[in-house]
Design a protein around this ligand. Structure first.
Ligand code: ADP
Ligand code: ADP
Length: 226
């Protein structure tokens, strides 16, 4: 059973051309899937339908074998890392990472254990008392990932997480995300319009064009058969 199964997914906004048109993709357990394509091809819409931030017009969205079309985001056990990181500026790194656990009313001892484990994995343990405003872009990115890790989510979803960074940092973060994803072994769906990211990060790449799935293959297969 695949971790995430998209079956004939359609999204229709108003009465125009479908933004996502009959897309079927399986994401295997632990797989890193890239959704790539030009601006407006429907990548974000598809990602938002996985997370539950957008209603599905037609088709079945399955997570862990369960149909989730009608489930609220909080009941899907996924973790989305947004482009702007969505960190709380007035909270420390520690409290930013702890936030989902606080919302869930977890006991302090559990919060502390999980935040310390996550911050060690992410090499943030020296920065726990700092505020997001005086962290580097890469550190902020890692805090956002820390918050995702402590949720014990079934999958990570990334919406162009590196697009606001300069080229050098982008390269570093790419390496870091890839390393971390492999270490955690967590199923990941990553949206980008960047071909380099698409060809270097993922186990498989799904190429969308005007809402239609054009290709779904490993980077190597795409390279040999563009
Ligand atoms: P991408 O992420 O690939 O840039 P989107 O998923 O954002 O593409 O958009 C796909 C298509 O759906 C585009 O034509 C876009 O204009 C349209 N669209 C996206 N969001 C909305 C919305 N909330 N209302 C109407 N149309 C939308
Ligand atoms: P609240 O309104 O209680 O402050 P949010 O609106 O931030 O909470 O989130 C509502 C629910 O959506 C949360 O309980 C959580 O389970 C889920 N959620 C919040 N952020 C994310 C995220 N980044 N990825 C996935 N689910 C999230």
């Amino acid at each position: 059973m695949a971790a995430i199964e998209m079956k004939n997914i359609v999204k229709q906004y108003g009465d125009g051309f479908p933004a996502v048109n009959d897309v079927s993709i399986d994401v295997e357990d632990g797989e890193f899937l890239i959704l790539v394509g030009p601006s407006g091809c429907g990548k974000s819409t598809l990602l938002r339908m996985i997370v539950g931030l957008e209603d599905i017009t037609d088709g079945d969205m399955m997570i862990g074998g369960k149909r989730v079309n009608d489930l609220a985001p909080r009941d899907r056990n996924l973790s989305m890392v947004f482009q702007n990181y969505a960190l709380y500026p007035h909270l420390t790194v520690y409290e930013n990472i702890a936030f989902p656990l606080r919302l869930a009313n977890k006991p302090d001892s559990e919060v502390d254990q999980k935040v310390r484990d996550a911050s060690k994995t992410l090499e943030l343990d020296e920065h726990l008392e700092r505020k997001p405003g005086n962290l580097s872009g890469g550190q902020r990115q890692r805090v956002a990932m820390g918050r995702a890790i402590v949720r014990d989510a079934e999958a990570f979803l990334f919406d162009e997480p590196l697009s606001n960074l300069d080229a050098k940092l982008r390269g570093q973060m790419r390496t870091e995300i890839s390393r971390l994803q492999k270490r955690l072994g967590i199923t990941t769906v990553y949206v980008t319009h960047d071909q380099t990211e698409a060809m270097t990060l993922g186990d498989r790449v799904a190429v969308l064009k005007r809402g239609v799935l054009q290709q779904h293959a490993t980077p190597r297969e795409l390279y040999e058969n563009p």
